[in-house]
Unconditional design. Structure first.
Lengths: 188, 115
């Protein structure tokens, strides 16, 4: 856990104060810092690039409108991820859509172009295997793994986003990792 | 030795999860999304007032306006055209004032009379 005097948190608070005052440059700074992370999380949850982009846009729209409600104890990253999470869950529930396989659009960015084609292919295949295994996890386990292992949140921050306790997140993580390992081993 | 096995397994699971997720690329926003997000401050009105202080100011202002309107409406001679209504209101007023006064006997008498 981070202390109240966490410099990152102080910067976040200052940034949100500027946004709440209508500072468009501060808003741009916020989106530059977090848009990729938010879009990545939305894409992993929704499995559909178009829906994920809509959710990412809606997240930043709400961030602009509700900047004044940002709590000093929160971090921008956690606050934004919680909004993205809720919007994505709403969308999943509304449409009752099963997550789709990653589309071609998700695989366009395969890293440095200097990598050899065989290596690129291997990397792409591995990424697909991981995505498939993730998609096979129960929803809450998948979310916990993405928040902690991909987004780098602490257990407590993950609990804030998921609306549960840190202990419950630990339990989700343990079960999720075990299942993920089994699934990945089965893929080999 | 035996007790270390589950812990070791849990650690392995965690390492595997981290390694697996490292294979996933971040999803970069399209140019269209960048434009849509950049337009938010231009297209939307200014953010909502920050914090409860401004919120309560507007709430108080609305309440004050409503109360002021109520006082003004109450002071207007609304019942001037309806004589029957006046009589009834007067009777009711005297009944109530008598009932609320300390002289309960008088109040009973007034009530009986009015009934």
């Amino acid at each position: 856990m981070t202390s109240a005097s966490d410099p990152e948190r102080e910067l976040d608070v200052a940034l949100f104060q500027r946004i709440a005052a209508g500072d468009a440059l501060a808003f741009r700074e916020l989106s530059n810092q977090h848009l990729t992370m938010i879009l990545t999380y939305a894409t992993r949850l929704l499995g559909n690039p178009t829906d994920a982009e809509d959710v990412a846009q809606e997240t930043f729209l709400r961030a602009w409108q509700k900047a004044g409600t940002f709590q000093p104890r929160a971090r921008a990253r956690t606050w934004l991820l919680a909004m993205t999470h809720n919007l994505a869950i709403d969308r999943l529930r509304r449409r009752k859509v099963r997550r789709e396989e990653p589309s071609a659009g998700d695989d366009e960015d395969l890293g440095p172009s200097s990598e050899e084609p065989a290596r690129l292919l291997l990397r792409k295949l591995t990424a697909l295997q991981v995505q498939r295994a993730l998609n096979a996890l129960p929803e809450r386990q998948k979310m916990a793994i993405l928040l902690v292992h991909e987004q780098g949140l602490s257990g407590a921050e993950g609990a804030d986003v998921l609306g549960t306790t840190p202990e419950a997140v630990e339990s989700l993580l343990a079960r999720g990792r075990r299942t993920l390992r089994t699934l990945l081993e089965a893929e080999k | 030795m035996q007790s270390d096995k589950p812990t070791h397994r849990v650690q392995q699971d965690e390492d595997i999860a981290r390694e697996a997720l490292a294979h996933l690329d971040l999803v970069e926003p399209s140019a269209a999304l960048l434009r849509r997000v950049a337009r938010i401050p231009l297209d939307m009105s200014a953010p909502q007032p920050s914090g409860p202080m401004l919120g309560s100011f507007w709430t108080r202002a609305l309440l004050g306006a409503a109360l002021g309107l109520g006082v003004v409406c109450g002071a207007l001679p609304w019942g001037g055209e309806d004589g029957a209504g006046d009589t009834t209101d007067t009777e009711l007023e005297s009944t109530l004032s008598a009932a609320l006064s300390s002289d309960w006997a008088e109040a009973d008498a007034v009530l009986e009379e009015s009934l």
